[in-house]
Write a protein that binds this ligand. Structure first.
Ligand SMILES: Cc1ncc(COP(=O)(O)O)c(C=O)c1O
Length: 379
């Protein structure tokens, strides 16, 4: 028998809700992936990659043309210089980047601060590496970080703080104040490093995305993970990247090379070509702003309370005025009786906090969103 390293992990709610959605032919707004086609130009570059026989191993840190294209994109977004040779590593999606960062840093007994509700891959990666996850809840209903609580929780054993901006599942984004608070925290704890998960960097509806890369002090202590799955609507390709200072990147690559060695060369070629010719920030921002407006406008007459949706392709709906069922039961009822599959937000909490809120993904075809909103308005 195997002694499980993750005894608490079972079937995820995503599988449960998707199976339920299929069984009841519900509109599936539960899982976070787009259902629309990719840009034909990106497809052409995949074909071009194959025509050019770009099918063997890529360099271990990733193709240089792709790393250079990323550095150029980051310079345009944040007016900073990132060295493609020493600071960017192409990863198999953000998930592998996140796991690699945690595995690079965490020794037995090290504490890691993370915020609930949290994306589900952080905690297991900490546990597998024998770290101790310290879950702090975001404030409800603002879903902001309570920095006083963070300052109380941090100590000399705290090796890493994991932040996610724009935030899945809540759709909140950071202000400059959050960056200042993080900077102050790091100044108090010289051993503390940051993992900033910024996979939704291009989906912030108002104002500038406050990447940790914009703050020179924080940047020197940060690994930042990104995902082309989110930015190019190709979640199945699993290509992302991690940015970190040179010495931290050296250690990151030691783990990376034995975890995957390198990432899908064909897709890296296609993405590099695409970034050379397309302003992806403009495209993604415009696309999701339109979808968000469409969905929220169509929900105006519903009994759900719309929570603030400042970024990502998720929004939260408060159903307190409709039902006092638990959020898991309510999500199942929505799927079975009303034909819309969603995710209950309690599953993103270690302590299963149930604030009577559900998460909806609006990265869907316009007609799907209109149909779903119509069903939700009947409740
Ligand atoms: C916050 C967050 N981080 C990381 C990931 C994983 O990204 P990837 O599919 O590139 O591994 C996701 C995917 O849903 C996410 O929402």
């Amino acid at each position: 028998m195997i002694e499980s390293k993750l005894p608490a992990v079972g079937t995820t709610i995503f599988s449960v809700m998707s199976a339920l959605a299929a069984e009841h032919q519900a509109v599936n707004l539960s899982q976070g992936f787009p259902d629309f086609p990719i840009d034909p130009q990106l497809k052409k570059y995949v074909v071009e990659a194959l025509d050019q026989n770009q099918v063997q191993y890529a360099p271990m840190p990733g193709r240089l043309d792709l790393r250079k294209a990323i550095a150029k994109k980051i310079a345009e977004q944040h007016h900073i210089t990132v060295d493609p040779n020493q600071e960017i590593t192409i990863t198999a999606g953000a998930t592998q980047g996140i796991y690699t960062v945690i595995s690079t840093l965490i020794h037995a007994g090290d504490e890691v601060i993370l915020f609930d509700p949290a994306y589900d891959c952080y905690d297991p990666a900490i546990v597998v590496n024998k770290g101790i996850p310290i879950h702090l809840n975001l404030e409800f209903p603002s879903y902001k970080i309570n920095w006083a609580t963070v300052n109380e929780a941090a100590n000399e054993r705290t090796k890493l703080i994991i932040v996610n901006n724009p935030h899945n599942p809540t759709g909140t984004v950071w202000t400059e104040d959050d960056l200042h608070e993080l900077e102050n925290l790091l100044k108090k704890h010289p051993q503390l490093l940051v993992l900033s998960d910024e996979v939704y960097e291009h989906i912030q509806f108002e104002g500038q995305h406050q990447s940790v890369l914009r703050n020179a002090f924080i940047r020197q202590r940060s690994f930042v993970t990104y995902s082309f799955g989110k930015s190019l609507h190709v979640t199945g390709w699993k290509v992302g990247y991690c940015i970190a200072p040179p010495q931290m990147t050296v250690e990151f690559r030691k783990i990376h090379q034995f975890l995957v060695f390198c990432v899908n060369n064909t897709m890296q070629y296609a993405i590099a070509r695409y970034l050379e010719t397309t302003d992806i920030h403009q495209e993604i921002h415009a696309l999701y702003s339109k979808k968000r407006t469409l969905f929220l406008d169509n929900l105006k007459d519903s009994r759900f309370k719309l929570m603030p949706c400042e970024g990502t392709y998720f929004c939260l709906l408060d159903y307190r005025a409709i039902s006092d069922l638990s959020d898991v039961e309510f999500a199942k009822k929505l799927t079975i009786e009303f034909g819309v599959a969603v995710i209950p937000v309690s599953v993103f909490y270690k302590d299963l906090s149930d604030n009577k809120v559900i998460r909806i993904c609006f990265a869907k075809e316009d007609q799907t969103l209109i149909n779903a909103a119509e069903l939700l308005c009947k409740i």
